[in-house]
Design a protein around this ligand. Structure first.
Ligand SMILES: [Zn+2]
Ligand SMILES: [Zn+2]
Length: 397
């Protein structure tokens, strides 16, 4: 995922540096490659300040579980406003949200100091569209640290940048956030934690240092890991046509965004971790919102498409390692057929559900047994595939 070309934009009396004053979209002609000093200073000074001020505060005031909880809540809220808001809601439109939730996302996420929503989404949509090319603002091909941090230190000029977030530029609250970004970010990022810290008994400066400074540094790098670590470390589960990778460790560090190979392959899906046990708090929050009526139209890739991509990738790897093409095709066909049968049974059961009462308990039970049998058949076919694949897993290509 992404972040800010301008982690700290100037307030907009004379529009921020990345904004065209006529179109109010990020693409103002600018000197190619010029250093963005406010980003460089912010990104280098804040970690140093945190490393000095946090221990000083703790030495003077001690720590308590209350302080840990205060930090954790601030960290979780702010990080989730980026993953659920900036990323999956605004950049990908993977679900619809109640206007109040949308408003909260726009305001709270400003405090993460990851640049305005408009700029962040522009960069991120470019990243998806042009991944691993020179058009990708944080391409991993320029190195781990470039993708993680250094890309934000220089301006880049992209001829079509203004086209990437036209829909978002129509939203007045988003434009307000963009135009007054520094003020809003400073208020949400430092002043609000200071006030909350004061009323929680940690003092205003305790709130600023622990709930503001420390939280901002860690939240930023949690997001930055998606561009660096998630394009370097992990499995290419669904495709090797881009560098994005799936990793549980990365998912834990980034509130579920670490299943990045899946995300780049099925970017409209509101989930990044598709299985129930995949660590993806962002997906759980979105699902939770939908259960209480605050989110709707959650987009999900078709199960068949996900399986198809996975099998195709595994097939390529096995064939490269010398597996018998005939055997691979036969096993794959078994899975595809079993899945097709299972899907058809589930759909016919669903359509017939309204008439089930009339048809009686016997029909209902019989239909369920048939579905259960098809599930077992599908799982057996998949198990066979996995056993066969295991033999080639550690073999060199
Ligand atoms: Zn994305
Ligand atoms: Zn990516």
């Amino acid at each position: 995922m992404s972040h800010p070309t301008n982690s700290v934009s100037k307030p907009n009396k004379t529009l921020p540096s990345t904004i065209d004053s006529k179109s109010a979209l990020p693409n103002e002609p600018r000197k190619r490659g010029a250093l963005i000093w406010h980003n460089i200073l912010f990104m280098t000074i804040t970690p140093v300040l945190a490393a000095i001020l946090v221990p000083m505060y703790l030495m003077q005031n001690g720590w308590s579980w209350g302080l840990v909880a205060f930090f954790a809540i601030a960290y979780i809220i702010n990080n989730m406003s980026i993953t659920c808001g900036y990323h999956r809601y605004f950049a990908h439109r993977s679900y619809d949200a109640h206007p109040f939730i949308e408003f909260l996302y726009i305001i709270v996420s400003a405090g993460a100091f990851q640049g305005s929503l408009l700029q962040w989404c522009t960069d991120h949509r470019r990243h998806h569209r042009e991944v691993d090319t020179d058009g990708d603002p944080y391409t991993i091909n320029k190195g781990f640290w470039y993708a993680h941090l250094f890309w934000m230190f220089r301006r880049d000029q992209h001829p079509e940048a203004r086209n990437y977030a036209k829909d978002l530029a129509k939203n007045k609250i988003i434009m307000f956030q963009h135009n007054y970004y520094v003020w809003l970010a400073s208020f949400m990022g430092f002043i609000v934690p200071g006030i909350v810290g004061y009323f929680c008994g940690f003092g205003f400066w305790g709130g600023v240092i622990i709930g503001g400074l420390l939280r901002i540094v860690l939240t930023q790098h949690s997001t930055f890991l998606i561009n660096s670590l998630a394009h370097t470390f992990g499995r290419q589960t669904y495709t090797d046509k881009h560098t994005a990778r799936d990793s549980f460790i990365c998912a834990v560090l980034t509130f579920g965004e670490g299943y990045h190979n899946f995300h780049h392959t099925f970017q409209a899906d509101y989930r990044n971790g598709t299985r129930w046990y995949h660590w993806d708090p962002t997906k759980w929050w979105i699902k939770g919102l939908s259960l209480v009526g605050l989110a709707s139209r959650l987009k999900q890739a078709q199960k068949e498409e996900i399986l198809k991509a996975r099998l195709a990738m595994e097939e390529r790897l096995m064939l490269a390692k010398g597996a018998s093409a005939e055997r691979v095709t036969q096993l794959k066909l078994q899975i595809v057929e079993a899945q097709k049968k299972l899907k058809a049974l589930r759909e016919s059961y669903k359509t017939a559900r309204r008439d089930l009462a009339a048809k009686g308990l016997h029909f209902k039970q019989a239909a369920r047994v048939e579905i259960r049998m098809a599930e077992i058949e599908f799982k057996a076919a998949y198990r066979q595939w996995r056993t066969f694949r295991r033999a080639f897993k550690h073999k060199a290509a």
